[in-house]
Design a protein around this ligand. Structure first.
Ligand code: ZN
Length: 107
């Protein structure tokens, strides 16, 4: 049995589990994932970016790797971008906390 990460999206098959589906199926009969225009909103690239930047940070990576909207190269590029942005934000937070500590230490 194929794992979801190993499923290659193809027409006529569920993008998530690989089960054969009818052309007019809106949801997979096995795993329940939406198909075509009914793919869940949080798998759309714009929403993944928004969630990564506002709430999820690095925890958006599972969405990057599960979305059927990106190919393998796109998933790698998006993952690198998420890690780079989160690393930058974390580093800026460390610098800000050090600065606050230094300012409070001067009082
Ligand atoms: Zn499925």
């Amino acid at each position: 049995m194929a794992t979801p990460a190993g499923v290659v999206p193809s027409p006529g098959h569920c993008w998530s589990c690989g089960l054969a589906i009818d052309a007019d199926d809106r949801y997979c009969r096995r795993c329940g994932q939406g198909q075509g225009a009914f793919i869940a909103w949080y798998y759309r690239p714009l929403w993944i970016v928004l969630l990564a930047l506002t709430m999820l940070g690095p925890f958006a990576l599972p969405l990057v790797w599960r979305t059927p909207h990106l190919d393998r190269k796109g998933k790698w590029l998006a993952s690198i971008a998420v890690v780079a942005v989160c690393g930058y934000v974390a580093w800026e937070l460390v610098v800000a906390v050090r600065e606050i500590g230094r300012l409070l230490g001067d009082v």
